[in-house]
Ligand binder design. Structure first.
Ligand SMILES: Nc1ncnc2c1ncn2[C@@H]1O[C@H](COP(=O)(O)OP(=O)(O)OP(=O)(O)O)[C@@H](O)[C@H]1O
Length: 684
């Protein structure tokens, strides 16, 4: 909370609608609004406050002055009274569980300082405007208060699937979403989907400029439809930047859980309320997609590709859809009892060297691979500069950057404690462990339709109490890994930071790349994917595959060889029987399944998890029980590998492959990350 030393923006003596006979001194500072009784007839009131980070909107209205309830009012009884109401959702601790959850608070102030209603109304409107600007994260000073107005909202298009989950999506919209959207005064249109595929058809033909955002009130199936509808447009590169919001109305709601988790909001209680809160307080945040190829189709996946027990549970529990999320628990019990393992081949291009958990060999990190996808309009330097490792290209798109010759294993943040967009890594250099922070970075071509675009530096203060407040991240570089580079969330690095980096690279080369292979001595041409490599003084290598994306052109897949051809030599191939294999790129697969705790929305990483055959039912059950806390990643049975691309080739035709919860017959599939291409309404 801001302190009293903060600049006072507005002050006034108002009645509180709830305390009819008391005048309150009300003070507004950038961090919040304070009010305390200055005259009391019967009771003393403590000073109370409302934080602007909890406020979703403020509105004016009028009421009647009722005599003799206003002893010191200058208004005659029966006259109109101007009011403003602040709608806030602060956290409160639950009595028994001790868990923090937001609750609604509406505080109405009545202005009766003048006998002239119009004058009072103007005062109320001024307070409303300033409070709304602050709630939207704008930086307001005392000199702005007479003129400031919040930027108009872009209209939200709500897509509600009446059949998702237990069939409550429409009820959720009416009872929980609509009232909060009205409090925030956001214009919207509601479309109820009429058939499977309706949302995809809609967004494929939508005039996107008419909408501030597309918001899904459903499960992940409708999110999948919207993402794929946008990606299948000719103008896919611009269309996919339309912010997508997500309110949990289905049975799994993995994306909604991931968004709540990233914002530091509860995932398991009052999930809808917290999701709507995020929707209103959102920033536009980049999100990775994964392009998934099968022999006959191409999918754009935002969540996961699963095979084995996780896919079986997801598909086979469909028939219990009316149980909501409990369907997964029931499905898991049934599947563990009838445990199956599937034979196949799992290949992947790891971000760093892969060493199986069972191996006694030291885990040495000598190389980091990245994939950089840029809008071709901004990629001209890549083909002409001859220095593709120039600072600007590194920092404007790099999803994860790490240099330094150390052994590395990713460790989960402690229950989401580190949610500043940073991936914590435990790095061992032989003399003990050191913690390093790898920061992820937003895409260079981040566009917003939110006020963040107009007020980028100040909008960050708008995060909720439990959130990370979206602070600018330039993490300290440990002296044990001098070459670790940190990117900045949503901002560009300053010159000093750039210089610091450039001194660490001693050599760089580049080659063009075709279908995962690198022709020697090929010449750079515009829009042709290519690899750059650089080595620092310690011999640590960083290899980046660069590709350009553009409306009207195919989505680039330089990491993927044709599905009927072998994977390149730099891929790892694991063959055998698997109980499960999951490629995950969100933290959650359900509210009690923190599948990839270290995942970030735009980390440019596919988190590949697999369990080989040989695990007992007992151990598997225990493993499933640890999913809710995310500690399964520490299990000796679970391999957890950050990768840029993967291929899964099941040997048998039984079982299921699920892409974002949509079933496929077990056919060969492969996927490649598309770093930060999509945009979601979130708080990081
Ligand atoms: N009006 C409709 N009638 C029938 N099916 C629909 C309709 N609208 C959408 N659908 C389809 O319903 C399917 C399930 O919806 P959704 O995934 O949103 O809910 P869910 O499966 O309960 O949630 P989750 O995927 O999170 O478990 C989607 O694949 C979507 O294509």
């Amino acid at each position: 909370m801001a302190s009293w030393r903060d600049e006072v923006l507005l002050e006034g003596d108002f009645y509180l609608a709830a305390k009819k006979r008391t005048v309150f001194k009300v003070t507004l500072i950038p961090g919040g609004l304070f009010y305390s009784a200055i005259s009391t007839v019967s009771t003393q009131y403590e000073e109370k406050s409302i934080q602007t980070s909890d406020v979703i909107g403020c509105q004016c209205s009028e009421t009647r002055n009722i005599s003799p309830a206003r002893p010191s009012s200058s208004l005659p009884a029966g006259n109109a009274v101007a009011t403003f109401t602040v709608f806030a959702y602060p956290f409160r601790k639950k009595v028994f569980s001790g868990k923090r959850t937001r609750h609604r608070q509406a505080v109405t102030f009545e202005i009766s300082s003048s006998t002239n209603f119009e004058e009072n109304r103007k005062i109320a409107q001024k307070w409303r405007n300033v409070i709304n600007c602050l709630a939207r994260g704008m930086h307001i000073t005392a000199s702005d208060v007479d003129t400031c107005e919040p930027p108009p909202w872009g209209r939200f298009l709500f897509l509600v699937n009446p059949h998702s989950g237990p069939g409550r999506a429409m009820q959720i919209f009416k009872n929980e979403v609509e009232p909060m959207i009205a409090e925030a005064n956001i214009p919207y249109k509601l479309i109820v989907t009429e058939y499977a595929g309706h949302a995809r058809d809609l967004v494929q033909n939508l005039e996107l400029s008419e909408w501030g955002a597309v918001v899904i009130v459903s499960g992940d199936g409708l999110v999948y439809e919207v993402i794929n509808g946008l990606m299948q447009r000719v103008d896919w590169n611009s269309a996919i930047k339309k912010p997508v919001g997500c309110i949990p109305g289905g049975s799994g709601n993995a994306l909604a859980c991931a968004i709540n988790y990233a914002a530091g909001e509860p995932v398991d209680i009052n999930a809808v309320l917290h999701s709507v809160f995020i929707l209103i307080k959102h920033r536009v945040v980049p999100m990775d997609l994964v392009l998934v190829q099968t022999p006959s189709q191409q999918h754009y996946s935002f969540l996961s590709v699963t095979w084995g027990i996780v896919a079986d549970i997801d598909f086979e529990s469909e028939k219990y859809r009316n149980l909501g999320e409990a369907r997964f628990t029931l499905g898991a019990i049934k599947r563990i009892v009838n445990l199956r393992a599937y034979h196949g081949r799992l290949s992947f291009l790891p971000v760093a060297e892969y060493t199986p958990k069972t191996s006694a060999a030291p885990k040495t990190l000598k190389k980091i691979r990245r994939f950089s996808l840029r809008s071709s309009s901004s990629s001209r330097n890549l083909s002409s500069s001859g220095s593709i490792d120039s600072i600007s290209s590194r920092h404007s798109q790099s999803p994860v950057v790490l240099t330094g010759a150390r052994s590395l294993s990713t460790t989960p943040p402690v229950n989401g404690k580190d949610r500043n967009g940073s991936l914590l890594c435990s790095v061992s250099n032989g003399s003990g462990d050191a913690n390093f922070t790898i920061s992820e970075q937003s895409g260079s071509d981040t566009e917003t339709n939110s006020p963040a675009k107009t007020f980028p530096n100040h909008y960050r203060s708008g995060a909720g109490e439990g959130g990370s407040n979206g602070r600018t991240v330039l993490d300290a570089v440990s002296d044990k890994a001098p070459a670790v580079l940190h990117a900045v969330e949503g901002t560009t690095l300053n010159t000093n930071e750039s210089k610091a980096y450039s001194s660490s690279a001693t050599a760089s080369t580049e080659k063009t790349l075709t279908n995962g292979r690198v022709p020697a001595n090929s010449k750079q041409t515009k829009n042709v994917p290519f690899i750059s490599t650089s080595k620092d003084e310690a011999g640590f290598e960083e290899e980046t595959v660069h590709a350009a994306k553009k409306d009207g052109e195919a989505v680039p897949t330089p990491l993927l060889p044709p599905l009927d051809q072998p994977v390149p030599d730099n891929w790892v191939v694991e063959e055998g029987k698997f109980v499960l294999a999951c490629a995950v790129y969100q933290t959650h697969l359900g509210s009690d399944m923190l599948a990839a705790p270290s995942s970030r929305m735009a980390d440019g990483i596919i988190h590949l998890m697999f369990v080989r055959d040989g695990i007992s039912r007992n151990h598997l059950l225990n493993l499933f029980l640890t999913f809710s806390e995310g500690t399964h990643v520490d299990s000796p049975y679970v391999e957890f590998v950050p990768v840029l691309a993967f291929r899964l080739e099941p040997d048998i035709s039984s079982g299921n492959i699920m892409i974002d919860g949509e079933r496929l017959d077990p056919v060969p599939v492969q996927g490649q990350v598309l770093p930060g291409v999509a945009r979601v309404m979130a708080i990081q």
